[in-house]
Ligand binder design. Structure first.
Ligand code: ATP
Length: 469
């Protein structure tokens, strides 16, 4: 890993967006009504990929580890939560409007993209000064007539109760972490966890982002997978390093290569209000190096503030040492949607190939790790002949309880292989006339395109061995 490597040219976003729509991974939201900006729906294959990501994460961090337990907290939390957490005061982006065409931008992004000046974490005064001095052109209309930069809170606000004006304002959570801090005491009391231990949660988060976009990279509504790992205040550096390794190990576990990944440490002005150290894992997207996921040392900021605001004692008592203290927290956080985008980009390959009829073509293949592939196998009768179809249906029924399996009897066998390559199915099982004679089938490998003959009686075991889930 590191910036010094020369990564491969990434695939274009247009190609990925088109493939995602064509094959049923991701659709534009509310499309029949003309769409709702920056909302996306996950189609039949997208939902499988999401489930695989979340399942792998849960297995890797909760099931396989002895020191992490799960939680599923509410999206709506007591409004005081967000005062204590600092989100009411601090969770802002600097907003700027073009007076001419009324387009709205994040001032820091505008400065970075139009002027090439790093601007993450700059104060309002600094941002205003740069805008006034440099007068960047509006990306939409080309004019240079800007409003002053002002803070814009990213939390979605709504009201509890039937009458809006009399209702209690509540927020849709902008991160899943806070429910973990609120329930940390209940987890301590109800389970036998001992520090160091973690609480893991997967759930929706909402941010009224000013400049969402780049497909599903930045969404208004997205899903996070977060762990708050509670530790003794001494020795956080060691835990931090171990968590960096654990995050990298997870990314490898789901098949992500390292050539377009790097780590980047946040500078002092860039750190979130709660963090003392943050390292992002960045991925080389078609639009540049951007955050994929991150690791933050949140200190005891959250527990201390919730203790203060709620008046409830949140200290931890160590039975063995007799010490009482407020735990510190290391937080690895990942977005499901962003990870899904990265898996699509990373899996995408194009190559020259020759089809079963000997014709050259450009092969598009998603080289997903079998763990991530929406379908692990596809059953294909060589032709749509009743006797082949009946046998193929039998084989399909045999495989369905074992792993997600597709079935396709339309079009030529060559086109069907291409379709399975394009959705990343690792193995195709072909039923031909020999199958009717000897009860054996062909397994075709997505990556090598090699074919082997296997008796149906050994098929499940043969597929399992090749998938190595
Ligand atoms: P950014 O700098 O991109 O706004 P952030 O630093 O605010 O992100 P975190 O608060 O660290 O993001 O969120 C944790 C993870 O949640 C991110 O690493 C990312 O994977 C995901 N995430 C954050 N915001 C969004 C969003 N608007 N859409 C999709 N995923 C998101």
């Amino acid at each position: 890993m590191g910036a010094e490597q020369t990564p491969k040219t990434p695939v274009s976003m247009d190609t990925i967006v088109a493939l995602a729509k064509r094959r049923g991974f991701v659709f534009p939201g509310s499309e029949i009504y003309g769409g709702l900006a920056n909302t996306w729906d996950f189609g039949p294959l997208g939902v499988e990929l999401r489930r695989n990501i979340k399942h792998a994460w849960w297995r890797f961090f909760v099931q396989l580890r002895p020191d992490i337990v799960g939680l599923d907290g509410s999206i709506l939390l007591h409004p005081r939560t967000w005062e204590a957490s600092g989100h009411v005061d601090e969770f802002n982006d600097p907003l700027i409007d073009c007076r001419n065409c009324r387009s709205r931008y994040r001032a820091d992004t505008l400065i970075e993209e139009r002027l090439g000046i790093p601007a993450d974490g700059l104060s309002l005064e600094e941002l205003n000064r740069i805008i006034q001095e440099q007068q960047p052109a509006c990306p939409t209309c080309g004019q240079r007539d800007w409003t002053p930069v002002r803070q814009f809170n990213l939390m979605f606000r709504t009201f509890l109760g039937p009458v809006e004006s009399a209702g209690t304002p509540v927020f849709l959570r902008p991160e899943t972490a806070q429910a973990i801090f609120l329930d940390y005491r209940s987890v301590l009391q109800s389970s036998r966890v001992k520090i160091p231990f973690g609480i893991a949660q997967i759930g929706k988060a909402f941010r009224n982002e000013i400049t969402p976009g780049n497909f599903i990279f930045r969404l208004l509504e997205f899903e996070q997978m977060e762990i708050e790992y509670f530790i003794h205040p001494n020795g956080w550096e060691t835990h931090f390093e171990q968590w960096l390794d654990a995050m990298q190990a997870f990314l490898s576990y789901i098949g992500l290569g390292t050539e377009r990944l790097r780590r980047r440490e946040h500078g002092p002005s860039e750190l979130s209000h709660y963090s003392k150290r943050t390292i992002d894992f960045e991925y080389l997207f078609p639009f540049g190096w951007k955050e994929l996921c991150g690791l933050a040392y949140r200190t005891d900021f959250d527990l201390r503030r919730h203790q203060e605001y709620s008046g409830v004692d949140l200290t931890y008592f160590d039975q063995q040492t007799g010490e009482r203290y407020l735990p510190h927290v290391i937080e690895p956080t990942m977005g499901v949607d962003r990870l899904l985008l990265v898996l699509l980009l990373d899996a995408y390959h194009e190559e020259d190939a020759v089809d079963v009829a000997g014709k050259p073509y450009r092969r598009v293949v998603l080289r997903f790790h079998p763990r991530m592939a929406p379908y692990k196998a596809a059953v294909l009768p060589l032709m749509r002949k009743p006797e082949l179809v009946a046998k193929a249906q039998e084989v399909w029924a045999l495989l369905r309880p074992e792993f997600p399996t597709d079935y396709d009897e339309t079009q030529s066998i060559g086109r069907r292989y291409r379709r399975q390559d394009e959705i990343g199915t690792p193995l195709c099982v072909t039923i031909d006339y020999d199958t009717l004679e000897d009860d054996s089938v062909t397994i075709r490998d997505r990556d090598s395109m090699e074919q082997v003959r296997v008796p149906i009686a050994e098929l499940v075991a043969a597929l399992r061995e090749r998938l190595a889930l």
